[in-house]
Write a protein that binds this ligand. Structure first.
Ligand code: HEM
Ligand SMILES: *[C@@H]1O[C@H](CO)[C@@H](O)[C@H](O)[C@H]1NC(C)=O
Ligand SMILES: *[C@@H]1O[C@H](CO)[C@@H](O)[C@H](O)[C@H]1NC(C)=O
Ligand SMILES: *[C@@H]1O[C@H](CO)[C@@H](O)[C@H](O)[C@H]1NC(C)=O
Length: 262
């Protein structure tokens, strides 16, 4: 795990201490999983996470992205931040190779994105909706370099402004906000950026790309004009994503140290 997840582990380590006492054998994730086995779990997690968020807002982005990766591969870790369905257990194995195999790349084109999500049981609407998570967080220059020097479907002034902190050669770890307008706010600004050709990743802009897909364009336009419908649909798709083959019941384990298997 990357070192910037250290803080996350501190939070989760503490949370896990409480979760460890559970012994239920549920088959599905449920919102009330901890009600009987550990009624204090959620208030405790909530207070620690909000403390950390005050100290470092990007924690929210780390957690959100981690949940996405967790669902697409099996990177372990209980639920957090988006407290919807609870009771997921930790995986006993995962590999870098598995992550590279299952996770989509920011260089993907539209059809590659659609089929990657489809292979996880997620549809076009989920793809467009969940990509809205890129309304918060940061990315390294190396991940969008190709786009700002080579892509045509990008606002030229936006490309030039990004090139200042992301030179053709070097500077690969320089950071840029995924949403340059409101980088720390979970809003619908990501979609407004797409409409004005200011998506940071090639994969982001593919969702609104000269009418390459009518339904995708319409969703981006809908969300860019209505943050409430985005927020509502985001919740729905997050629950769907959270339900991708979670480990429950007797499967997986509950780590005593989040950073390694028991
Ligand atoms: C649609 C396909 C997706 C692609 C190709 C993609 C790719 C990426 C890449 C390349 C980064 C920057 C990583 C770096 O600089 O090392 C990133 C960051 C991020 N992604 Fe995605 N992502 C996708 C979908 C999602 C989804 C579904 C979520 C959550 C629901 C998500 C949440 C995030 C967040 C919050 C960050 C910022 C993390 C931080 O600031 O630490 N992404 N993504
Ligand atoms: C984890 O182990 C199981 C059983 O050995 C295997 O089927 C699965 O592919 C492994 N998962 C990963 C991500 O390596
Ligand atoms: C998307 O990428 C794949 C793999 O590189 C390629 O086969 C396909 O033709 C591309 N699709 C479009 C519409 O460019
Ligand atoms: C732009 O595209 C060319 C040709 O595919 C490639 O050689 C070059 O590395 C790309 N530039 C960047 C900055 O990625």
């Amino acid at each position: 795990m990357a070192s910037h997840h250290i803080q996350y582990f501190i939070v989760l380590l503490m949370a896990t201490l409480f979760i460890t006492i559970q012994s239920h054998s549920h088959a599905k994730l449920t919102p009330d999983f901890y009600n009987d086995v550990c009624p204090q779990a959620l208030p405790i997690i909530k207070s620690i996470v909000s403390q950390k968020l005050n100290f470092k807002p990007r924690m929210g982005a780390h957690l959100l992205r981690l949940h996405f990766h967790d669902c697409f591969v099996n990177l372990g870790g209980p639920t957090y931040w988006y407290e919807v369905l609870l009771g997921r257990r930790d995986a006993r194995n995962t590999t870098k190779e598995a992550a590279e195999l299952y996770l989509p790349s920011q260089l993907f084109n539209f059809s590659q994105l659609v089929s990657n999500f489809k292979s996880q049981g997620l549809n076009l609407k989920d793809l467009v909706t969940l990509s809205g998570a890129h309304t918060i967080g940061m990315a390294r220059c190396s991940t969008f370099k190709d786009r700002i020097y080579n892509d045509t479907n990008i606002d030229p002034n936006f490309a030039i402004s990004l090139q200042q902190n992301c030179p053709i050669k070097g500077g690969d770890d320089n950071m840029e906000a995924l949403d340059y307008v409101t980088p720390e706010k979970f809003d619908n600004s990501y979609y407004k950026n797409l409409v004005s050709k200011k998506g940071l990743f090639h994969s982001d802009q593919e969702l609104f790309n000269n009418g390459i897909d009518c339904e995708s364009d319409m969703l981006v336009e809908l969300y860019s004009g209505d943050s409430n419908v985005f927020a509502r649909n985001f919740g729905t798709s997050m629950i769907k994503m959270g339900n991708i083959k979670p480990l429950t019941g007797i499967f997986g384990e509950i780590r005593t140290d989040c950073t390694k298997v028991n």
